[in-house]
Design a protein around this ligand. Structure first.
Ligand code: BMA
Length: 879
C-alpha cells in the first residue's frame, strides 16, 4: 500500500510532541511543560520497524547450475544478463536465443536477520509487493505462500517461524509457460482468442497461447510493438513489517463536497488490532489537527470514519488549467501511548465521468471542478519489458514529456501493469489525469472460480492502492476485448465452431467485466466512474461514433488517408496511431550497419506489426519521393508519422464539444523497435512528440481543408474568453506575400470556433499551389499566441528549392542556443548532434524566409565538439 505506516514509541514522535507543546504553551503552567519535556526526552528506541529485503540474494535454475548473485527486485532475465549467462535480448536477434528461460523453473534465496526491536514485536509480517508470477515461498523451510498473480500484494504472518538471526528465505519461481500449459489443457472449453501472444516466437509446444491463464502482464508474451520475453522474478520489494497492538492497514480519503469556502472530507481508516482496546485517531495536515476521535477497537479488522474539513481549499487542476495543489494528510492512531501513522497526499478536486443523452447520442467526457475538459494525451505502456529496471529518472522523464507536450491525460493500457506508486505521484504533481485500465487486453479470458477470485483480489489491491490519487480519472475494465468479440468477428467465429463453448467465453467476460470489476469499483472507490471496455458504447455495447469511446484504426489497418482522422469522429478518441522507426542513433544501439534495411532480418525482428513496413511505405509513397538512403528513410518516416497524426490531434480538438478527448497510440516503448510511439525506448522525442506539443497548446490556431473549403479554427482550452487578432497570409517559398487577411476576433472560453472559410479554388485562383503555403498567426495583445501552416499539396508535389540555411551557436543557460535562418522555406529542419544524447527544445520545424528560429540545446558538451558534430538537415536533403 502507498501509505507509509509505522508504529513508533509515543515519546519519540517529534511531530506529535511539537503539537502538544504548542497547545500546552497556551494553557498550562511551566511545571507541566517541564514535566512533558522530561517525558519526551526518554531514551531512544529503534524506530525502524519496516525494512526491505533487498540484499544478499542469489539465484539459480532449479536442479541445475550454481548459485549466482541476484538483484531483488529484479527478473531472471536481467540477472542472467548481469551474470553474463545470456546476451542482451534487445540486440539484433538475441531475443530468439533466450526463449528457453521461461520454460524452466528458477529459485532465489537470501539469509537475513531481524533487528532486536523488530523481533520483539507481537506481529511480524512479510509483505511481497510483487511476485512474477508462480512463486512458492519458503521461510526457514516452511512453505508460507503459493502466489499466482503478478498484480497482487501478498502478506504473510511469520511470527511463529521467523528467528532473530539467520532466517532463510527461498522463492521458487515456476515456469509461467509450463504452468500456463497445465491450465490451458485443464480448461473445460477452448479459449482460442489472444492474438498478441507470440507462442511461435516462444517456441511453445503446439504453439499454445497460454498468456490469458496467468495473471501476468500481457505484453510479456509479445505484442505488436514488443518482444516476447516472458519474465519471472521478484519484481517489487519484499518488506518486513513488525508491529504491536494495532496498525493502520489502509487510509482512504473521500471528498464529499467541494466549494470555494470549504471541502468536506471523510478519512476511512482500516485498522488491524491485536486486542480490544481504547484508542484515539487524529487527522492532520501540515501539523494542523483537523479532526480527532476516540474509538473502541475490537480485536481484528476495524473500519472507522473520521469527518474533517479543509477551509478555503486550493483546488487541484489538470495540466494547463491551473496549479496541482496537494495536501499531505496524516492519520494517527494512539493506543496505550504508542502510535501508528499513515500518510497520503491528496488533491482537492471533483472529477465526474459524464454520460448524458444529448442531441447527438450519449456524451463521454470528464468534468474537472465542474468544467468539461477536453482530454489531450496518449496511451501509455510500460517503459521496459524488464520492469524492475525502470528508474525513477525514467518515470520522471516520461511524465515530464507528457506535461511539456501540453497533455492532461494518459491512459494506462490494459496489456501492461498497474503502474508503480511513483508514476501516479508524478501524475498528481504534474496534472496528468489517468485513465486506468484493469489489466486485460485483446483476448477472451477464463472464468473458473479460482480465476475469478484471483481477479477480485487483484482489483481490490489495486483500487485501494490508487484511489486516493488526485490524478485518477476513472477505471476501465479492458482494452478491446469487447471490440474483438463483437467487432472483429470473434463471437461469430466461436459460435460457428461450438455455440456452448462460445457462450462460456461470453459468460466469463460478463463475470469479470460486468460484475467483479464493476462491483469492486463501486464498493472500494465509489467516487470514480467505471467503463467496462474500451472502446464501447456502453456495457456490452459495440463501439459506435455517437455514444462512447472509439479506437480508430482506419488509418493504418484500413489504409484510409490521414485526413480521415479529422472526419471520422467519435465522442472520445481513445486510440489512433501511425508507426515510425526510431531514429538512427537508437537503431545503432540494436543493429549493425549491415542490418540497415527495413527488410533485413534484424530490422524485421524489431518490427512486430504484421503489416508494419509495407504500411509505412504505402503512406510514404503518397506523400514523399523515395528517400535516398536508410538514415533519410528513418527521418522521413518520422515526419510522415508526425504530419499524419497532426490531422487527428487538431481535428479532434476542433470537433469539441462533440468529441472530448484525443489519446493517440502511444507515448513510449518497451524496447527499441518500429512502433506507433512518439518517444522511443531511450525516451528520445520523435518528430511526433514535437508536433504533439504544438497541436496540444492550450490555445491553438488550426487551418484545415473541408470538402472544397479552406477553414481556420481557433481552439481555446482555457476557462476565460479573450480578444485576439487572426492574421492569415499566403506566401510563396521565398517569403513573398501573395494574399493577406486580418480580423479581430472574440475567442470564447473552452471552445472551438471556425473564424475563416474560403473556397479553395477561388482563394488559389492566381496562386501557384505548388509554390505556396498558408500561414496562420493568432495574436493576443500583440503577442504571438499560436502559429500554424497549411500546404495545398502533398510534399512530393511541391516545388521547393534547396534552401541555404545558416545557423549560429551561442552558449546559454544549461547548454546552447542555436539560431537558424534561411533564404527559402526550410522544411522540417532536423538538428542532431552525433554521438551526444541531444535534446533540442524544438526540432523537425519549418523555418520561413525572413524569419529566424532559435532552439535551446540542453547539454554540457563543449562548444568546439558541438560545432564539429552538429548536423542540420531539411526534408530536401532526404531525396
Ligand atoms: C491497439 C492497442 C494495442 C495495439 C495497438 C496497435 O489496438 O490496444 O493492442 O498494440 O492497437 O496495433
Amino acid at each position: 500500500m502507498r501509505n507509509t505506516i509505522a508504529m513508533i514509541e509515543f515519546c519519540l514522535i517529534s511531530q506529535t510532541r511539537s503539537q502538544i507543546l504548542k497547545q500546552m504553551k497556551q494553557t498550562l503552567n511551566l511545571f507541566l511543560l517541564i514535566a512533558l519535556l522530561a517525558l519526551t526526552s526518554c531514551t531512544k528506541k529503534e524506530l525502524l520497524l519496516e525494512t526491505e529485503l533487498n540484499s544478499n540474494w542469489s539465484f539459480k535454475q532449479v536442479d541445475k547450475g550454481d548459485w549466482l548473485p541476484a538483484t531483488v527486485p529484479g527478473t531472471v532475465h536481467t540477472d542472467l544478463i548481469d551474470n553474463k549467462k545470456i546476451e542482451d535480448p534487445f540486440y539484433r536477434l538475441n531475443e530468439h536465443d533466450v526463449q528457453w528461460v521461461d520454460k524452466v523453473d528458477w529459485e532465489y534465496k537470501t539469509v537475513f536477520d531481524l533487528n532486536p526491536l523488530q523481533y520483539k514485536k507481537e506481529k511480524i509480517e512479510l509483505v511481497f509487493e510483487g511476485l512474477d508470477t508462480y512463486a512458492d515461498v519458503f521461510l526457514n523451510d516452511s512453505l508460507i505462500l503459493n502466489a499466482d498473480n503478478m498484480f497482487r500484494q501478498w502478506k504473510v504472518e511469520v511470527k511463529n517461524i521467523i528467528k532473530e538471526k539467520g532466517n532463510q528465505l527461498k522463492i521458487v519461481l515456476k515456469s509461467p509457460i509450463k504452468e500456463g500449459i497445465k491450465k490451458h489443457d485443464a480448461n473445460d472449453y477452448l479459449i482460442t482468442f489472444s492474438g498478441n501472444d507470440l507462442a511461435e516466437i516462444g517456441k511453445v509446444e503446439g504453439n499454445k497461447r497460454v498468456s490469458v491463464f496467468t495473471r501476468k502482464a500481457g505484453y510479456h508474451f509479445g505484442w505488436d510493438w514488443g518482444p516476447r520475453l516472458v519474465t519471472s522474478g521478484i519484481w517489487r520489494p519484499i518488506k518486513i513489517k513488525a508491529w504491536d497492538k494495532a496498525k493502520i492497514q489502509d487510509l482512504f480519503i473521500q471528498q464529499k463536497t467541494v466549494t470555494e469556502s470549504v471541502a468536506t472530507l471523510k478519512a476511512m481508516l482500516e485498522i488491524e488490532s491485536l486486542a480490544d482496546n481504547k484508542a484515539t485517531i487524529s487527522i492532520s495536515n501540515d501539523k494542523n489537527q483537523l479532526a480527532t476521535k476516540t474509538i473502541q477497537l475490537k480485536k481484528g479488522t476495524n473500519i472507522y470514519d473520521v469527518d474533517f474539513e479543509i477551509k478555503n481549499p486550493k483546488l487541484w487542476w489538470s495540466n494547463g488549467l491551473g496549479e496541482q495543489h496537494l495536501y499531505k494528510i496524516d492519520a494517527s492512531l494512539v493506543v496505550d501511548n504508542q502510535i501508528a501513522t499513515a500518510t497520503d497526499k491528496i488533491g482537492i478536486r471533483t472529477i465526474e465521468f459524464v454520460r448524458e443523452k444529448d442531441a447527438d447520442g450519449t456524451s463521454f467526457y470528464f468534468k474537472l471542478n465542474g468544467h468539461p475538459v477536453f482530454m489531450k494525451g496518449a496511451n501509455y505502456i510500460p517503459n521496459d519489458i524488464f520492469l524492475p529496471r525502470v528508474t525513477d529518472e525514467q518515470y520522471k522523464k516520461v511524465i515530464a514529456t507528457a506535461k511539456n507536450s501540453n497533455m492532461n491525460m494518459l491512459r494506462v493500457w490494459g496489456g501492461g501493469i498497474y503502474e508503480n506508486d511513483i508514476f501516479y505521484d508524478l501524475c498528481d504533481e504534474n496534472g496528468i489525469l489517468i485513465w486506468q485500465d484493469f489489466m486485460f487486453a485483446c483476448a477472451m479470458y477464463p472464468g473458473d472460480s479460482a480465476f475469478l477470485q484471483n481477479v477480485k483480489y487483484e482489483a481490490i489491491d489495486n483500487i485501494k492502492r490508487l484511489r486516493n490519487h488526485a490524478c485518477l480519472a476513472f477505471w476501465c475494465g479492458n482494452n478491446e476485448n469487447l471490440d474483438a468479440w463483437l467487432g472483429w468477428g470473434w463471437k461469430k467465429e466461436a459460435e460457428a465452431k461450438n455455440k456452448e463453448n462460445a457462450d462460456k467465453m461470453w459468460q466469463a467476460y460478463k463475470d469479470v467485466f460486468h460484475k467483479i470489476l464493476r462491483e469492486a469499483v463501486q464498493k472500494y472507490d465509489p467516487s470514480h466512474g467505471y467503463w467496462a471496455s474500451s472502446p464501447s458504447s456502453g456495457q456490452g455495447i459495440k463501439a459506435d461514433l455517437i455514444n462512447g469511446d472509439h479506437h480508430y484504426w482506419g488509418v493504418w489497418w484500413g489504409k484510409e488517408p490521414f485526413s480521415t482522422y479529422a472526419t471520422h469522429l467519435a465522442r472520445f478518441m481513445s486510440e489512433y496511431g501511425f508507426q515510425s522507426f526510431p531514429d538512427i542513433g537508437t537503431v545503432e544501439k540494436y543493429a549493425k550497419p549491415e542490418d540497415y534495411d527495413i527488410f533485413s532480418e534484424v530490422m524485421k525482428s524489431h518490427q512486430r506489426s504484421s503489416i508494419g513496413n509495407g504500411t509505412i511505405k504505402f503512406y510514404m509513397d503518397k506523400e514523399y519521393n523515395e528517400p535516398k538512403d536508410f538514415e533519410s528513410f528513418l527521418y522521413v518516416n518520422h515526419i510522415l508519422q508526425a504530419e499524419g497524426i497532426k490531422f487527428g490531434l487538431e481535428g479532434h480538438r476542433r470537433a469539441m464539444p462533440f468529441t472530448m478527448g484525443s489519446l493517440y497510440w502511444q507515448i513510449n516503448d518497451v524496447w527499441p523497435v518500429a512502433s506507433w510511439s512518439s518517444t522511443d525506448y531511450y525516451q528520445k522525442w520523435k518528430a511526433l512528440q514535437y508536433y504533439v506539443k504544438k497541436s496540444f497548446e492550450p490555445v491553438l490556431v488550426s487551418p484545415y481543408f473541408k470538402n472544397d473549403s479552406v477553414k481556420v479554427a481557433v481552439v481555446n482550452d482555457l476557462l476565460e474568453d479573450f480578444d485576439a487578432t487572426l492574421q492569415l497570409k499566403i506566401i510563396d517559398f521565398s517569403g513573398k506575400v501573395l494574399w493577406e487577411n486580418e480580423q479581430k476576433i472574440k475567442v470564447k472560453a473552452n471552445s472551438s470556433t471556425n473564424f475563416f472559410e474560403a473556397n479553395k479554388k477561388k482563394l488559389l485562383r492566381k496562386i501557384d499551389a505548388k509554390k505556396s503555403m498558408l500561414v496562420t498567426n493568432l495574436l493576443v495583445n500583440d503577442e504571438l499566441k499560436s502559429s500554424n501552416s497549411l500546404f495545398f499539396l502533398p510534399f512530393k508535389k511541391l516545388t521547393i528549392e534547396k534552401p541555404a540555411i545558416q545557423y549560429t551557436i551561442k552558449p546559454s543557460k544549461g547548454g546552447f542556443d542555436v539560431t537558424i535562418t534561411t533564404d527559402k522555406l526550410a522544411k522540417n529542419v532536423y538538428l542532431r548532434v552525433k554521438g551526444a544524447e541531444s535534446f533540442f527544445s524544438d526540432n523537425y520545424f519549418d523555418v520561413l524566409p525572413g524569419e529566424s528560429k532559435t532552439v535551446h540545446f540542453d547539454s554540457d558538451i563543449d562548444l568546439e565538439k558541438l560545432t564539429k558534430n552538429i548536423q542540420v538537415r531539411t526534408l530536401e536533403d532526404a531525396f
